[in-house]
Design a protein around this ligand. Structure first.
Ligand SMILES: [Zn+2]
Length: 531
């Protein structure tokens, strides 16, 4: 049976840009649009040309996307003609394939916010669709507050949607602007709309204020809608928009949807999903949600011993989909509850052959337990576990030795008489027969130490050039004088591979140093650097 086409519309660069603390530069917008396009998204909404210089610049040139590059803006202002509205003119000037207009669909908003008549609002919708179509653009209409408007005055809300459709808009998008509508209400209302406007012209734009934006999007599809709007990682103001990173794999991997619908994202593109999700967080300079469905680091992680041994026999026993399909990895956590079967399963996963009767396996288990009591958390630091396992099994080359390091933090007045804090690190490294000294300044002791350590590793430098530290987390364990510091460092390399390392010590610099060293050595092992 032929599957129906379902379209994906991304608004990360427009609605997602409303997120508290998010401010995209032009370079960010170009990079994110590129990622969305590579993922196979049908519509990439770029912003609001004319509203701010970044968006105007972004739309000053054609961006050469495979998907439809879409500009967003308001319908003509009430009381003006379409040819005498500067906002509309800027929108029509934008180098875009499609224009998404936003219009009020709630009579109360038309009266109170827009201060105009219901009829003038309908005329504004019709005129705007008409003029954009005449300029050769595909047209979408976002019906703002559609669900609340429908509950208050279904006739008027429908009239707004119908006006755009009758004038030739390709899509009429029903927006749950306040995000408070529940899935059964969405299903019922979208069903009613689809009796008046064919479902393959109806879209859903859900906000996450009851944490059901994803569920609301699927409810709309069940009721007939054929376009879903959302953002990467659910970015958006307040509680965010519908999360396309959760929606896409559900559409691709759950039979209810994959049997019925085809989307623009191929199986190969789906494998890039985790990478795209993490790359967005990195651009925003924030840690990724470890517990994000499908793409989070913990999405396929299992802790208890009996689960781990079952997973080793057949992964499907505890997984709803295969992690590789979305570019994620299975992870069996090594924890205090770990038994030998856990350790063996994890070793097998990271490609270390070991015999269950090997006495070194028992020793590794002892060390893990001892260290976890001291504050290490290997379940959160896969790369440090791997280094520990390889060392215990005797297979990590001694690439270099750090013979000495020194970190100096100084606070003083600079030449301008301003109070400044300056941090400097000096590291002595022995690589083979060469002794090297590197010094670097940093914005803090750990940063300075990292920069000095990675400044010159002689013959190994080329293997770590692509290494980046993407996250650094510090936690103080215990209390009072017994306090120890736990440092987790997340790293990424030129292939987009990510790993986490750990250090624990009463001294934060020492803990950070352990985690840094593990990360560098992990990278050298991974790159096959010669001993
Ligand atoms: Zn919105």
């Amino acid at each position: 049976m032929a599957r129906e086409r379902l379209y994906l519309f991304d608004t990360t660069l427009r609605d997602g840009a409303q997120t508290n603390g998010v401010d995209f530069t032009l370079a960010d917008k170009l990079a994110i649009a590129g990622m969305l396009d590579e993922l196979g998204i049908d519509y990439v909404e770029g912003g609001y040309p004319g509203a701010n210089p970044t968006d105007t610049d972004f739309f000053s040139a054609s961006r050469g996307l495979r998907g439809k590059f879409t500009a967003f803006g308001m319908t003509r202002r009430p009381g003006r003609s379409a040819s005498n509205d500067p906002g509309l003119a800027a929108l029509l000037e934008a180098k875009a394939d499609a224009i998404c207009f936003v219009a009020k669909a709630w009579d109360y908003h038309v009266r109170v916010a827009l201060e105009t008549t219901e009829e003038e609002n309908l005329a504004s919708i019709r005129d705007s669709v008409k003029v954009a179509k005449a300029r050769g653009r595909e047209v979408l209409l976002d019906c703002e507050h559609f669900f609340d408007g429908y509950k208050a005055n279904s006739k008027y809300a429908l009239a707004c949607a119908k006006a755009a459709y009758d004038e030739g808009a390709r899509w009429v998008v029903l927006c749950d602007t306040n995000g408070g509508t529940l899935p059964h209400e969405v299903e019922e209302i979208v069903g009613a709309v689809c009796k008046v406007i064919p479902g393959d012209h109806v879209g859903i734009h859900a906000h996450n204020d009851t944490e059901q934006a994803v569920a609301n999007s699927f409810a709309a599809v069940r009721a007939g809608a054929r376009q879903i709007q959302g953002t990467l990682n659910g970015l958006g103001e307040r509680c965010g928009n519908a999360n396309l990173v959760s929606i896409i794999p559900t559409l691709k991997l759950k039979a209810e949807f994959s049997d019925a619908f085809e989307i623009g994202v191929s199986d190969a593109q789906l494998k890039k999903l985790a990478l795209v999700s993490h790359a967005l967080d990195e651009r925003l300079n924030r840690g990724s949600n470890r517990h994000a469905p499908y793409v989070g680091e913990s999405a396929f992680a299992t802790k208890a011993g009996i689960h781990a041994s079952a997973i080793a026999k057949d992964p499907a026993t505890y997984e709803h989909v295969a992690p590789e399909t979305v570019g994620n990895k299975r992870k069996v956590l090594v924890s205090e509850q770990a038994g030998k079967s856990n350790i063996l399963a994890e070793l097998e996963r990271i490609g270390i052959k070991a015999d269950k009767d090997d006495p070194r396996i028992g020793r590794l288990l002892e060390i893990v337990k001892e260290r976890e009591t001291a504050g290490y958390a290997y379940e959160a630091a896969d790369a440090s576990f791997e280094m520990l396992a390889r060392r215990t099994l005797g297979t990590v080359p001694n690439y270099f030795d750090v013979t000495q390091f020194d970190v100096n933090v100084e606070q003083r007045n600079n030449a301008k008489g301003e109070r400044v804090t300056v941090t400097m690190a000096v590291v002595k490294v022995k690589v083979g027969n060469d002794n090297m000294i590197s010094a670097a300044e940093g914005n803090g002791p750990v940063n300075a130490l990292d920069r000095a350590l990675r400044k010159d590793l002689g013959q190994y430098q080329k293997y770590i050039d692509g290494l980046k530290l993407t996250d650094y987390r510090v936690r103080i364990l215990n209390s009072g004088t017994e306090a120890v510091t736990r440092v987790l460092i997340e790293s990424e390399d030129e292939n987009g591979d990510r790993w986490t390392t750990i250090g624990v010590s009463p001294n934060i610099i020492d803990a950070s140093f352990q985690a840094l060293m593990d990360s560098i050595i992990y990278k050298l092992v991974k790159s096959g650097a010669p001993a």
